[in-house]
Design a binder for this molecule. Sequence first.
Ligand code: CO
Length: 271
Amino acid sequence: MIVCKSPAELARMRPANVLVAKLLAELRDAARPGVTTADLDQLAEKRIRAEGGEPAFKGYHGYPATICASVNEQVIHGIPSTRALVEGDILSIDVGVRMDGFYGDAAITVPVGQISERAADLMRVTEESLYKGIAQARVGARVSDIGHAVQQHVEAHGFSVVREFVGHGIGAAMHEEPQIPNYGEPGRGPRLTEGMVLAIEPMINLGKPAVKILADGWTAVTRDGSLSAHFEHTVSVTAAGPVILTTVNGAAPGAVAAPESEPPGRRRHLA
Ligand code: CO
């Protein structure tokens, strides 16, 4: 069952989602050479609790931390550690917050110092693909229109879509129906209606799409060792169009706030 949210519930979802967006902005700035991913995790947990929220990931199926910090060939679910970031790394940061009974969930991939042009291209195309997907989150569209738009954009640039993890509905639970793959034929799956809230999260590899899970039971890495990027927003489907909830200010209805340039998961295995 897909849970639709009332306007009052959507308003209550805002604080968790705005905090997620603010945190990601802070973590982006904090991700410098020499900083460890555990440092970033601690910063995130302190901030969430100071704002009266709860880390959504900590304890979820035993996940041990507040953020997922996935470096380079790590796709998602990298566990924060004493590994220090080095110049040239790309770092995917995923964070979820629960506040007032509702969840917010978003992710970005950020550069650590100067990065290669290939890495920058991968990040840009991945973020653009997220916005292509978000643009499909309209009343009357189908769930698979989102993934189709993501896949088209990504493959046109020679990158590949991870299949094993998917986006998801979100609300009073972090993972609700429907699952949202980042690939597929258009016109399939449930029809989107007003009040649905979706976490759309393309995970995109520079090389081949296959991933494997490391012995820690969490970290997903590319099988071929190529770089991977991940961007995610929590988005509501409204009569006026998609509204991104994970923004620092809160966007006007219908406004898909695109970053600079053009613009610019999961559960096959859960999260
Ligand atoms: Co998610």
